[in-house]
Design a protein around this ligand. Structure first.
Ligand code: IDP
Ligand code: MG
Length: 136
């Protein structure tokens, strides 16, 4: 049974700043993800606050939103069979020190906040997040 899905991926400021975006894109492509659309942008803090609204009660919310808006990011629509879970697996755990060998966060993540990539955590949120960045 085919279960083609789309998910939203973000290459975060720490990775773009280190010029890792092309290398990370190659990893996605080599794992069978199609990059359906992509753009390099810098967002306002107010947009980051909207994007991460689910975390607004967390102690790290303010720093998280400052960080995501601190420099250029690459946002991508990734497509693959079961793309949401496949991307979460390829990203690895939120804290790079807990991420498994072979994952993007293990390879490139600096810390729990500077963990190089974002990925949608459910099909429902993937739709919302794709709409957020690619509504035009
Ligand atoms: P996820 O990115 O693996 O889905 P979430 O729990 O949704 O992780 O958290 C969103 C982002 O917030 C993380 O990617 C990370 O950048 C940041 N974050 C999560 N937990 C912490 C923390 O305990 N301290 C600082 N930043 C955190
Ligand atoms: Mg999350």
């Amino acid at each position: 049974m085919s279960n083609l899905e789309q998910t939203l991926s973000i290459i975060k400021p720490d990775a773009v700043e280190r010029n890792l975006d092309n290398e990370i894109k190659e990893i996605f492509k080599n794992k069978g993800f199609k990059i359906v659309d992509e753009k390099k942008i810098q967002i306002e803090k107010s947009e980051a606050e909207k994007f991460y609204k689910v975390h607004e009660t967390k102690p790290f919310y303010n720093d998280l939103c400052s960080y995501l808006s601190s420099g250029p990011i690459v946002v991508m629509i990734l497509e693959k069979e079961n793309a949401v879970i496949a991307n979460r697996e390829l990203m690895g755990a939120t804290n790079p020190t807990e991420a498994e060998e072979g994952t993007i966060r293990k390879k490139f993540g600096i810390s729990i906040d500077k963990n190089s990539v974002h990925g949608s955590d459910s099909i429902e949120n993937a739709k919302i997040e794709i709409e957020f960045f690619f509504k035009d």
